[in-house]
Design a protein around this ligand. Structure first.
Ligand code: EPZ
Length: 420
């Protein structure tokens, strides 16, 4: 087990390179199961979630080779079984369901279970796959799905919190090999879905409308191998942008795609953060007094739930009252109690957090609870006076590639300690 020891109070200065997107790469790797031919995915970040996906693909019989930021996958002979022990540790592996069902006509994948941010049901995934003609039962904690051949159909995949990202990915992947045309209404519009559709089309799929609420997939007999470079991680970019603003520094986010970040950049500018988009790179300049803003998390292109915890830290430094409302995950405020330990003044009122600022934060031992809450604690530590010890940072390593090295190169005083 590792922890981070951070000395706060220094502005972040310089350039940081944004890695490939975790939430693009996981479904891209699963999509390689749809063909027996080799696939190559580039700009794959070195994350524990990716390492886990390599283990899971290997467990279903694929040959997987990693070299630097490139992963080669050959799923010539695979089986449709993914056991609980693997899935429970990385719920993103639920996106194997669609490719296994599309390729093999049967799949047995463990139910992923919930996590600290919410119950994380997969009812919409199953609704979509059943609409394609799959017979699905839940047996001893496993999703058991089978079909002679999937048949395209029209379906509505919206849930109580709007579209489902991995549910859209699962159904889109399965539909590429279904007989006939599939139309997904209320599809997720995230850039990661667009990236996946581009990779599937490079493999010979016929998908239109990705990025819009209506995606149309015309099934084909089989898919072939392809190469693809994943999009940069918009949530990592948002995290570093917010960290730069909080530390009152100046950081250029090399490789970030501002067009994937409109909602976050809009709120940062509303709060008084200066952005410079010259030369094709995005530079974030903190420094001036921060104004309070109200944020509500929404499906893309709204403010991303994965940047809510990080934004809350910025709001602790704004002069006034900000309200952050979480509309995607029902319990995504685990970071609030830990931020309060550092001196933040936050009150939870139902789905909203009322943040009073500016608060003087001071270092203290804190405990990470989930991936984005950990990122928020690291940002708060950079602002806090004195030293902060952030424990259980395995959560952080799931979704941020060497974040301590990247922050150190920006001038942060940060050490990785081994707690074992
Ligand atoms: C993806 O999760 C991301 N994970 C999450 O990122 C992200 O927060 C989420 O999309 C929303 O943007 C990956 O891509 C690996 P959803 P996903 O299905 O697809 C409800 C991170 O920090 N829902 O879009 O699992 C669900 O409970 C992670 O990187 C149903 O009700 O999320 C939630 O309220 C965290 N039934 C809402 O929809 C379903 O069948 C959105 O969930 C599926 C989802």
């Amino acid at each position: 087990m590792y922890s981070l020891l951070i000395e706060g109070g220094r502005p972040l200065e310089g350039e940081v390179t944004i890695s490939g997107a975790k939430n693009a790469v996981l479904p891209l790797m699963a999509a390689a199961l749809l063909t027996r031919e080799p696939c190559v995915i580039r700009r794959v970040p070195a994350l524990s979630d990716v390492a886990f996906m390599v283990r899971i693909l290997t467990a279903v019989g694929a040959k997987v080779r990693s070299q630097g930021d490139t992963v080669s996958i050959e799923a010539n002979r695979i089986r449709g079984f993914c056991d609980y022990d693997l899935v429970r540790k990385m719920r993103g592996s639920v996106c194997l369901l669609g490719p296994l069902l599309g390729r093999l006509g049967q799949a047995k994948v463990s139910l992923p279970g919930g996590c600290v941010i919410g119950t994380r049901p997969i009812d919409l995934h199953l609704k979509g796959l059943r609409a394609l003609g799959a017979k699905i039962q839940i047996d001893s904690g496993y999703v058991c799905a089978q079909t002679r051949r999937l048949k395209g159909s029209a379906m509505f995949l919206g849930g109580r919190a709007g579209p489902t990202v991995l549910g859209t990915a699962n159904v889109m992947m399965a539909a590429t090999l279904a007989e006939g045309v599939t139309v997904i209404q209320s599809a997720a519009c995230e850039p990661e879905i667009v990236d996946l559709a581009e990779f599937l089309n490079a493999m010979g799929a016929q998908i239109t409308g990705a990025g819009s609420p209506t995606i149309t997939i015309t099934g084909v007999k089989e898919l072939h191998g392809a190469e693809h470079e994943a999009i940069p991680d918009r949530i990592e970019a948002a995290t570093f942008a917010i960290a730069a603003a909080c530390s009152r520094g100046e950081v250029t986010l090399r490789g970030a795609r501002p067009e994937h970040l409109h909602a976050v950049l809009d709120k940062l500018e509303e709060a008084g953060v200066r952005l410079d988009r010259a030369g094709g790179n995005l530079t974030v300049k903190g420094g001036r007094r921060l104004r309070p803003v109200d944020v509500t998390t929404q499906p893309y292109a709204g403010f991303p739930t994965d940047a809510q915890a990080q934004m809350m830290v910025l709001m602790t430094q704004a002069s006034g009252i900000s309200i952050l409302t979480e509309r995607i995950f029902e319990t995504r405020f685990m970071h609030v109690s830990e931020l309060a330990r550092l001196g933040a003044d936050i009150t939870i009122e139902g789905p909203s957090a009322v943040v009073k600022g500016p608060s003087v934060l001071s270092g203290a031992p804190v405990m990470a609870s989930d991936l984005r809450a950990s990122a928020a604690l690291v940002i708060a530590s950079l602002v806090a006076r004195g030293r902060t010890h952030v424990k259980r940072i395995y959560h952080l390593d799931r979704g941020y590639e060497r974040i301590d090295d990247k922050l150190r190169r920006l001038g942060a005083r940060i050490q990785r300690l081994s707690d074992s």
